[in-house]
Write a protein of this length. Structure first.
Length: 576
């Protein structure tokens, strides 16, 4: 006998004001007691803001989900019991997700911390987004988890509020830089070409008809013509001004290592300033999901991690300063002076160098000329939606390239991953390699090298050479995302701080073993100390660093203890 479809509807008075339907939580389990208990518990917390629908038969559920899809009803969460005789929960979620691709997939499983639990391979293969365990505890397990799932779903929906509107020439590199900056700030915006009907209307509205400059309009009417990064950051609400006082510690770089150092330094009473050449997050900030940060069960977006750490450091009293590129460093008696691009100086009793790394370049002239106009280095998150219905290429064989390919595949019609090596297994995590392999619209090309590109105003095609046979192939594509390794941001330290042959900063015992000249004290340098006493390095920029988010954060925390030792010891005397 067909199962009864169970439903808890949101009252009409609580439906969204614009007349759209409330988001749906869809539950499936063949155990009616489980289904009723879960429906009741969810209804007590979320019943006023969502519609909770349920089915005791998975086939009936798929029929109803198809009807909801046909009517355009928003299904936010799909929660399926793994143990069902007709279909496993994973099989049901795969079919249901095809009907509602924006819905988050949650597998309901028994509590079991062995690798045999179906959640482990399902997460590894990208077949589910989250999991719930039974028995569940409403206040401590179920409600916080479902709140997180709903928040994640909400972030994927089209923004109803736009903070910035942009009009710019199509394929403008400067417009790309502005979009990338706003994306990294997680700031909603629209962008229209200046020759489009929407772009022309915006320019007329602000008295700039016919302008070919990138024009940015804030929601309150503030007008920015061809704005600098600093202009954008101030308009978003970030700081770009330096204080005039001497700080206990100046941190150069606001990636995971720098932010961790800022949190610990400020929380422990040290007067702290953070100088960041762009915005917080570093390379990690561009990752759509980082799954190996302890404590974040289902992973965390790189931007979210950076935003939380930045807010945390600021609340402890750190002065967060953006769009300030450090250009030189020198010792001045017991203090250290950092100079920034516009000539301003920051004086501190200790300095932490945490600038991180940047992507290596392809070095192909015609592709370099198209940066921001179809060629991007580490910018897949900001450009992904523009790839809808198009073909995109990703160059690289590491985790960052794999993450970019998977993210782009959610929007692009086809994604080609171009790898110089003969295997993904040498450079990519197993879980991510499996996800890349199972994503049907990702093609992996091994032994491939990009040697040329085509396009005037924007990228039209790339030329790829097979490294084994030497054959070349022209591949039409709308965009090329390049992720082929990293280089440290240390050129500005040449002659000031000892570095290895690749530019990474030498610290502690590595500094001693290298035989680098110039260490001025009788005591050896401490663990993370550079060739200048009182100047430390943490995170990816340091020689022999592990290059993991949590390791960088650990070094950021550790360096603060070393700074305390220096400050409590009264410094090391003046340094010539």
């Amino acid at each position: 006998m067909p199962s009864t479809l169970l439903q808890r509807r949101v009252p009409e008075r609580l439906a969204p004001a614009d007349g759209t339907s409330a988001p749906i939580l869809y539950l499936v389990s063949t155990e009616r007691s489980v289904l009723h208990a879960l429906q009741a518990d969810l209804g007590r917390r979320f019943g006023n803001d969502t519609r909770i629908l349920a089915a005791a038969d998975p086939e009936d559920g798929l029929v109803q989900l198809a009807a909801l899809a046909e009517r355009g009803e928003p299904v936010a969460l799909l929660i399926a019991d793994h143990r069902m005789p007709q279909l496993t929960g994973i099989e049901f979620l795969a079919r249901a997700h095809a009907l509602h691709p924006a819905a988050k997939r949650i597998l309901l499983v028994e509590r079991d911390y062995t690798a045999a639990n179906p959640t482990v391979p399902a997460m590894m293969l990208g077949q589910i987004d989250y999991h719930l365990v039974r028995p569940w505890f409403p206040d401590h397990g179920l409600y916080p988890a479902v709140s997180e799932f709903l928040a994640s779903w909400a972030r994927t929906q089209r923004e109803r509020f736009t903070l910035f509107r942009i009009a710019a020439p199509e394929n403008s590199p400067r417009a790309h830089a502005i979009r990338d900056l706003l994306t990294r700030f997680n700031t909603p915006f629209t962008c229209d070409a200046t020759d489009s009907e929407e772009g022309q209307a915006l320019l007329r509205e602000v008295g700039q008809a016919g302008s070919r400059l990138p024009t940015v309009v804030r929601h309150d009417g503030r007008l920015l013509l061809d704005p600098t990064d600093g202009d954008i950051i101030e308009a978003v609400g970030g700081g770009i001004r330096l204080g005039a006082d001497t700080y206990d510690v100046a941190i150069v770089g606001a990636g995971p290592a720098g932010l961790s150092a800022a949190v610990y330094a400020a929380s422990e009473g040290l007067d702290t300033i953070v100088l960041e050449r762009q915005i917080t997050g570093g390379q990690a900030g561009s990752s759509s999901r980082i799954r190996n940060v302890p404590g974040f069960t289902w992973g965390i977006g790189g931007h979210d991690l950076a935003y939380r750490a930045c807010e945390q450091a600021w609340l402890f009293g750190a002065n967060m300063v953006f769009a300030q590129q450090a250009t030189s460093l020198r010792a001045a008696g017991r203090d250290i002076v950092v100079t920034v691009e516009d000539g301003q100086e920051v004086t501190a009793r200790a300095v932490v160098l945490a600038m991180g790394v940047s992507w290596r370049r392809l070095g192909v002239p015609r592709l370099e000329a198209l940066i921001g106009a179809g060629v991007f280095y580490g910018a897949a998150a900001s450009e992904a939606r523009a790839m809808r219905g198009k073909h995109a290429c990703v160059v690289g064989g590491g985790n960052a390239a794999g993450q970019a390919a998977v993210h782009l595949a959610k929007h692009a019609d086809r994604v080609t991953l171009l790898v110089r090596g003969d295997s993904l297994a040498k450079s990519m995590s197993e879980y991510l390699m499996a996800e890349v392999t199972r994503t049907q619209n990702i093609d992996v090309r091994l032994g491939a090298e990009v040697i040329d590109g085509e396009g005037e105003a924007g990228l039209e095609a790339i030329v790829v050479r097979d490294r084994a046979g030497g054959e070349t192939e022209r591949i039409p594509t709308a965009a090329l995302f390049v992720m082929i390794g990293a280089e440290p941001h240390t050129d500005w330290l040449a002659g000031a701080v000892a570095r290895d042959e690749s530019g990474y900063i030498l610290t502690g015992s590595d500094l001693v073993r290298s035989g680098a000249p110039g260490w001025p004290l009788e005591r050896p340098p401490t663990l993370l100390e550079t060739s200048i006493p009182g100047v430390f390095a943490a995170g990816d920029v340091r020689h022999a660093s592990v290059k993991r988010v949590t390791t960088a954060m650990g070094e950021g925390a550790t360096v603060v203890q070393l700074i305390h030792q220096r400050l409590e010891g009264g410094g090391d005397g003046e340094i010539a």
